[in-house]
Structures are given as C-alpha cells and as structure tokens.
Design a protein around this ligand. Structure first.
Ligand code: NIG
Ligand code: FE
Length: 404
C-alpha cells in the first residue's frame, strides 16, 4: 500500500462513472484527495484544477478505462476444505440439494471449518481477498454460516474482523447461522438455537452488520426465517435473505416485509415478488455464477427493472461456486441474463454497494470513496467481453494504490 494522499488518474479513454444511469465520460480523469473522489470529468478540466505533477501519485491511463471498484455483495468466501469432487458429481447429474440432504455440500464445509484453526481460516481468507482484489473487488460482503454452532459462528466472524483489519479490501461481515440445519438437529430446534443462543452472542461480539437466512424448501421455512431475521433486527442486525433459489417459497415477500437490504438469488421469483421488493426498497441481488455452476436457468431481471428496482450482481464465491472474479460475473450477467454491458457494470458496482448499505461508494462521482480500477482495455465493455481474462491493471482503495 502506498498511502497516497492525492492521486490523479488522467487521459483515460473512458471513465465509467456508473450509478443508476451508468454514465460514461470519454477522455477523462479522476482526482482523489485524502481517500475521497474530488473531481471527475474531461482530462483537460480535471488536470487544470488538479495537475498530475502536483499529486502524490499520478497514473497515465492513456488507452485505458477507469471504473469504480467492484462491490461484491454476496459471498461465502471464508471456508475450509475441498468440494471439487461435488463439482464432478453434479456434472454426472447429482443434485445440489440431494448432496446437502446426504450430509455433503454446506454440511461438509461445516465439518472442515470446525476442524480448522483460526489462523488457517485467516490465511485462507487473506489469500482469497488477494485473488478478489486482483480481479478488482474493493468491497466484499462475507457470510459466516459454516459453523452452525455458537462457538464456530463467532470464530468465523472474528476471522472476518481480523481479515478486514489486515487487508485493503473492505470486508462487510454477515452473520448467517441459519445457513443450513446441522446434522444433529432439526430446523425447528435449530431456529430456536439461532434466535436464543447465537444471535445474542453475535450481538455481544459486535462484528456482524447483517443477518442472512437460507429461506428454502428443506432448509428454513418462511416462518422460521422471519423469526431469525426479526430477532436479528432486535439485536441491531440488518436483514438479508437467500430467496427463491430452488423453489418459490416466499423469501422475497419476506424480505420486503422485514425491510431487508437485499434479497438474493431470485431464480424463481415472480413479477409480484419483483414489485414487492422494488416498493420496499430491497435490492435484488442476482448471482449468475451460481446458475452457471449449477447449470440452472438464469434469473429474469426484467420484472425487477420494470418495477423500478436498482439491481445488483454478485459473485457468490463459495465452495459450490468457486468464482472470485466479478468481471466473470458481469460476463454471465450479459450472456446469461441479457443485461447490457453498462448495466452489468453498474450492477456490479453501484448496485452491489447499495446491497451492502454502502452509499458512499460504487460510482466515481465527487464525494464518493476513492475506490477505482484502471483497466488495460479501451472501454468498460471489455470487462464482460473478455471472459477468462483479467483486464484489471491497477486497484485503488480509499485513494491508495493496493495492486498494480
Ligand atoms: O448462496 N444457497 C446457499 N448458500 C450458498 C451456497 C453455499 C455452499 O454450497 O457452500 C449460495 O449459493
Ligand atoms: Fe449464498
């Protein structure tokens, strides 16, 4: 980390300002002071006020593109163990939910996480943050949920706190004790345990900001999910919901009712769900990598956009979707969901920031946090267009160059 106090990125062929209108400026520059964007516009104008030669650091972005840092609002990227054999099994026709019902999937990762030491978990997390950062992620939400007991859930959250301190990527911690039902319990008694035992301990620990639940057939019912999320709110945690991933159960409507920040997955959501979400100001988060990995149909974003929602896309990096790259998520959003490239980029930046309650980032407007990427490519379209290639050349978080 260089800790620059002022940074000017100039002569970019394009600056993707982003935001709701996915605004772009050609031949443009961005100036950052003390971690905050202070000017964006044509290079001539910006450099008149902020000459590169006076800045602590200047980056010549000729023939390059500048975009906001990716805000990845849904990951389970803190895990131990290896589930690559399940990838192969799924290709042979095995079902994700059958694997879970047989004690594999999430439950297998739970066993590995319980056995791992704190330092092993931290090392794994830092390594994955490095990979995500190299691919342009500057803010990432990470969920607990591979502990499924109070002790291990708290350990996971503590590791997230330490990783946040140790790494330039901003880590947003979510408590997800209700991620699966542990093998020695049932959904009803485990819901009680999450509410009566885990949530008070998590609140006392003070690390988690959000509370998420896997509202799904065979996992947690709408009523159980509601109890967890409402108890979370009482403990100061903001709700998020895994909704309508495998069947349409009612998680999206629940998200609207409890005022969740986001409802995620939504592969089986209806137009009524889209309407309810948009009216309640819940951000729909699409995870095209998961659909891709499972060979499932992609979510339909159109009803959500028609209802007026700001949509987000996220990586869902987890052992079932080993996908640290938000650039690849934009490719899948374009090809699989038919999102235009500019909208996919806006969903991966502005949308993702809103899905984490981070209104201070996600666009390159003056006043926003100085999180940006310089791409070795002539326009933002090259992010989804060049799949399988990382076009991110320089990563800036809070005004400091952290990878180049
Ligand atoms: O969002 N659907 C539930 N949770 C994760 C998968 C976690 C896992 O399989 O380990 C998801 O895709
Ligand atoms: Fe998830």
């Amino acid at each position: 980390m260089t800790g620059d106090e002022s940074l000017v990125v100039h002569d970019a062929s394009e600056v993707f300002v982003g935001g709701a209108d996915a605004e772009r400026i050609d031949d443009a520059a961005v100036a950052i002071e003390d971690g905050t964007v202070v000017a964006v516009g044509p290079t001539e104008e910006v450099t008149r006020e902020h000459p590169p030669e006076n800045a602590d650091r200047a980056v010549d972005a000729s023939e390059k593109t500048v975009v906001p840092g990716f805000a990845d609002s849904h990951t389970h990227s803190l895990f131990a163990g290896d589930r690559s054999d399940e990838f192969a099994a799924k290709l042979r026709g095995k079902d994700y939910q059958d694997i879970l019902a047989e004690g594999g999937g999430i439950l297998r990762t739970v066993r590995a996480v319980r056995e791992a030491s704190d330092d092993e978990l931290l090392d794994a997390m830092l390594e994955r943050l490095d990979a995500m950062c190299a691919h342009g992620t500057t803010t990432v939400e990470v969920k607990s949920g591979y502990g499924l007991d109070t002790e291990t859930e708290l350990r996971m959250l503590d590791v997230l706190d330490r990783a946040d301190d140790a790494h330039p990527v901003d880590v947003v911690p979510t408590f997800m004790g209700a991620h699966a039902v542990p093998e020695d319990s049932d959904a009803e008694s485990y819901t009680e345990q999450v509410v009566d035992e885990q949530l008070p301990a998590v609140a006392e620990q003070g690390v988690a900001e959000f509370c998420d639940v896997f509202c799904e057939e065979g996992v947690f019912s709408v009523e159980q999910s509601r109890r967890v999320l409402e108890a979370g709110v009482e403990h100061g945690l903001t709700p998020k919901v895994h909704a309508e991933e495998f069947v349409r159960l009612g998680g999206a409507q629940l998200a609207a009712e409890v005022g969740a920040t986001s409802a995620d997955h939504l592969l089986h959501a209806s137009p009524e769900d889209a309407q309810a979400i948009a009216e309640a100001g819940v951000v729909p988060v699409f995870l095209p990598g998961t659909a891709f990995g499972l060979g499932a149909e992609y979510a339909d974003h159109v009803p959500f956009r028609e209802a007026g929602a700001t949509v987000a896309i996220a990586s869902d990096f987890n052992p079932n979707c080993y996908a640290p790259s938000m650039g690849f998520a934009t490719t899948l959003a374009c090809v699989g969901m038919r999102l235009p490239p500019a909208e996919a980029l806006a969903a991966a930046t502005h949308g993702g920031a809103l899905a984490m309650d981070r209104e201070d980032r996600g666009t390159l407007a003056a006043g926003q946090r100085g999180d940006l990427l310089v791409l070795d490519a002539p326009s933002h379209v090259h992010v989804p267009y060049r799949f399988g290639q990382n076009v991110v050349e320089t990563v800036v978080t809070g005004g400091s160059v952290v990878a180049e």
